[in-house]
Design a protein. Sequence first.
Length: 414
Amino acid sequence: MGFITIIMSNESKYFAEVLKKLEAFIRKEYLQFLLFGIQAFVIAILANFTFYSFLELIGNFNSTLRTILFALFILVFVGLFVFLLIKPLLKYFGAIKQETYFEAAIKAGKHFPDVKDDLLNSMQLVSENKKSKLYSVILIDAAFKNIYNRIKNLNFQSLINFERVKRIAPYFAGTIVLCLSLLVFVPGMRAASYRLVNFSEDFTPPQKYSFEINPGNKEITKGDKLKISIKVKGPKLKEISFATRNAEDADFAFQKLLEDSLEIFNLEFNSVKSSFKYFAEAEGVRSDLFEIKVIDRPVVKTLDLEINPPAYSGIPKTVQKDNGNIQSLIGSRVVINLSSTKKVKEAYLEFSDSSLTNLKINKESATGFFNVKKDNSYKIRLVDENGNENLAPITYEIKSVYDAFPLIELISPN
């Protein structure tokens, strides 16, 4: 402590005692500043944050504006933190300057008539002597002995009654209660404060309606039936708009859908011929855009089977149309001829025992044969030129019949 470290004679104890009384007074005053600063800091920061949260509640700003608001809040926070907390804290724990002792002496002289300006004059005497050595140490110590005897029973710290701290305390408590009440009880304030703190995130305002749409995006086979179901979350609606657009259309075509008894909006298509995109709309709020992709898959159009039993059996061949199920003797040859709804690049028979029989391709037609060896089943697999396969092919059963051994019936003699 710069001013206390003035080196004097052993008799300078009176000077040191005076400085101790002044230092205690100064420290207590700094403590008052610090306690006042803590309350003022909390009041200012809470009010500032609540004000910016209220602005966000009203404006529902985008990320850029929220970033600016939060940056302003941080600037205010740092400035007040340094001015109201760091500065008083450094003064409280730091060295006391000579001028500060003089100021403390002036305050003491004003409040205690017995001291008046004598304390300040004595301290200035020490300061001047330190510079020019005009006065003897004995003279200075005698002056301080006189001052000390007059102030030793005076309580300088009584001048600090923390009145400023007490005056601001109701505002401190009121600000905390008010700001917390606004954040807790005002609808949307907590969400606004969250958006303010998370200023870099993009918060899209909640829409009045939301949609649950089935099947959403889907691939179907050309000619299939399709049912679209829409459930709307939000205020009750009697009707909604449904928009569709085919690949060849320039704009969406709208139609009204009415709610059924289960509060669901339905639309059915008996035979879908081409792909289309669609969405639902209610009072200007649109759902996501979905797409129904129609795939023109190959389908078996005609099916002819020629079943040729073994020659030794003497059983004539049979022909079946549009029926792939087979019941014949083991060793029978089955010739298959089929046509597809479109050109195919590959066709084969897939048996349940994992064996395959490739068919010969001729545009939309395919032909081939296989032999009946055992009970089995098979499916007809088609692949068109775009790699699309026929879906869920029919499973046909093969029932093999064993040829019985020759029997001899003796007719005569009995």
